[in-house]
Design a binder for this molecule. Structure first.
Ligand SMILES: [Zn+2]
Length: 238
């Protein structure tokens, strides 16, 4: 293969890496933000359930105290029944006892409800604690590695740019100019392999004589249709 083409392929690989490194400056911070948000969301959910559990526990304690008071009051009223003298007194006391019994029943229902909720929250909290610990552990590891990647992007770019300059100095200036022009104009690859007897980028069929020339690789052949430089590689025979 033409020496310049071989060097251009190396250059193209460096340019691809440089493009990826530039892109990583965008997507690594995005990935980090997502990982941090996952930790934050899981932690917020944990706090929310912890709060709800604590509220329910307080309400249950309060309901139990009220229940105890009402039961004591009921006992006092029932004792008073023994000493009743008039029908009027009797009716008033019965009504008062009924009211107390009703509120006792309400408090018992609410206490049962709260016990159910508390049990549910306790279970949920166990799961959330495990989940948050696992997310924090996994995401922290990934965040650390992404941070290392982002910290080293600058030096990796500098090193690739140095490699690029070394290569460029070895290639014919006119060829480099063509390469740069195609890359800028088309984006992506400027040197493409022939595939199925056609240009590997735009799929324009190539006449047999063209293919022979490309196979020989003595000079740089460009595609009539898209202008990219064509090479013959292992994939070209398939
Ligand atoms: Zn083409």
């Amino acid at each position: 293969m033409n020496g310049d083409l071989e060097l251009l392929l190396k250059l193209q690989s460096i340019d691809y890496d440089l493009g990826e490194l530039e892109r990583s400056k965008e997507y690594i911070p995005d990935m980090m933000e997502n990982l941090q948000r996952e930790i934050k969301d899981s932690d917020a959910k944990l706090q929310e359930v912890t709060g709800a559990l604590s509220t329910d526990r307080l309400e249950k304690k309060d309901a139990e105290l009220q229940l105890q008071e009402k039961q004591e009051k009921l006992k006092v009223l029932q004792d008073r029944m023994m000493a009743i003298k008039t029908n009027k007194e009797y009716d008033a006391l019965v009504s008062e006892i009924d009211q107390i019994k009703e509120s006792i029943s309400d408090l018992e229902t609410r206490t049962l409800e709260l016990m159910g909720e508390i049990e549910k929250y306790e279970k949920e909290l166990d799961d959330l604690k495990a989940q948050t610990a696992s997310i924090t552990d996994i995401n922290s590891g990934q965040l650390k590695s992404l941070q290392e990647q982002i910290d080293s992007v600058g030096s990796k770019i500098l090193s690739k740019e140095k490699d690029r300059l070394d290569l460029v100095s070895k290639v014919n200036k006119r060829v480099i100019a063509t390469y740069d022009r195609i890359r800028k104009g088309k984006g992506g690859a400027a040197v493409v392999a022939v595939k199925k007897r056609a240009c590997g980028a735009c799929y324009k069929a190539l006449p047999p004589q063209r293919i022979q020339e490309i196979k020989l690789g003595e000079r740089i052949i460009t595609c009539d249709s898209c202008g990219r430089m064509l090479i013959w590689t292992d994939v070209s025979n398939k």
